[in-house]
Design a binder for this molecule. Structure first.
Ligand code: TXA
Ligand code: MG
Length: 308
């Protein structure tokens, strides 16, 4: 029978580290979104992550490590571009998809011969990595397909009863997930847009390939994702909504924010707030696709219904 926990929000890194060492699953803060972490080298612990968030086993997990010097422990044939980017952006919100070494269990990578490595820029998470001395696999700490959590309270509303502890590291400073980059096949490709923009990456290593279409390389490319319970629609003009008479409509309004960075910071928490307000529908407009805007729009499209 599945265990039911009385979920506690804690600030004690000793408890969090102990939980990781004992093979348990615990929610942890990162700079992007909260993760649901466990020892990546412990198969049972990793299985527990998939079960807790009801994530399909074909969707691989990111492995968090404490520094660039760890890459060689878990990955092989690492190209110079990965090191160049890691030197510039680590710790920080890039995930490096590299050829994996055998030490990483297949369950982590869904049987793929690659592993996604990331060095998180959060003091508490880093402290846990150095105390436990194990790599920590952690997907976002939401139920599968739902909105990523950016505070301990958000995790609580997603997973209360399903995990024992949530380590509270405050509000995430970035608000959207890491950029996922693939370094296999002799080229660098963006698999998921995220907190580091394509331009920042190209400024460091030169021209990179656009996302490939067709075959799903990263299940994060699955179209349904980040979904509120209330249907979300993208409109060109908020006046269009007037025609939806009778429907209680929530507006996800970004006009109050001064930059794409600020929109990213508030995107998931604003969406979550509106989702809790019992509207019939929520509407939003796409943002300018410059800079972080492309990553924001990618999330809006995945969170929304196709037709208005
Ligand atoms: O910012 C983040 O990346 C957060 C924090 C917790 O680190 N994590 C996160 O994990 O967003 P998750 O599992 O929600 O999304 C990871 C994405 C998924 O789209 C997954 O398919 C992709 O990374 N991914 C992981 N390993 C991969 C691999 N070996 N090959 C291709 N895609 C991979
Ligand atoms: Mg996720």
């Amino acid at each position: 029978m599945k265990k039911i926990f009385k979920t506690k929000i804690i600030r004690d890194i000793n408890i969090a580290s102990r939980e990781i060492i004992e093979g348990n699953v615990i929610a942890l803060p990162t700079e992007t979104v909260y993760g649901l972490g466990a020892n990546a080298l412990d198969e049972n612990a990793v299985i527990n992550i998939f079960e807790t968030k009801k994530r399909p086993r074909f969707n691989p997990l990111i492995v968090h490590v404490k520094g660039i010097e760890e890459f060689e422990k878990y990955a092989r044939d690492i190209p110079d571009e990965a090191y160049k980017l890691a030197e510039k952006f680590s710790p920080g919100p890039i995930t490096y998809v590299l050829k994996k070494k055998k030490i990483i269990p297949d369950i982590v990578t869904s049987g793929n011969d690659t592993v996604g490595l990331r060095i998180p820029a959060h003091k508490m998470f880093m402290e846990i990595l150095s105390r436990t001395n194990v790599p920590v696999s952690a997907p976002s700490a939401n139920r599968f397909g739902k909105i990523s959590p950016t505070s301990a309270q958000d995790v609580y509303s997603e997973l209360s009863g399903k995990i024992k502890y949530i380590l509270d590291g405050g509000r995430c400073s970035v608000g959207i997930e890491s950029t996922v980059l693939s370094f296999t096949g002799g080229e660098v490709r963006i698999l998921r847009r995220g907190a580091v923009t394509g331009k920042q990456i190209e400024n460091t290593i030169g021209k990179i390939s656009e996302k490939s279409s067709g075959k799903i390389l990263s299940p994060g490319q699955l179209s349904s994702h980040y979904s509120p319970v209330t249907p979300l629609y993208i409109v060109n003009d908020f006046n269009d909504i007037k025609s939806q008479n009778g429907k209680k409509t929530g507006i996800l309004d970004f006009s109050k924010y001064k930059s794409a960075k600020e929109i990213a910071l508030n995107l998931f928490s604003d969406l979550r707030k509106l989702d809790n307000m019992k509207f019939d529908i929520i509407v939003c407009k796409k943002v300018s696709s410059r800079g972080l805007g492309a990553a924001i729009n990618e999330r809006l499209v995945k969170a929304s219904q196709q037709d208005f």
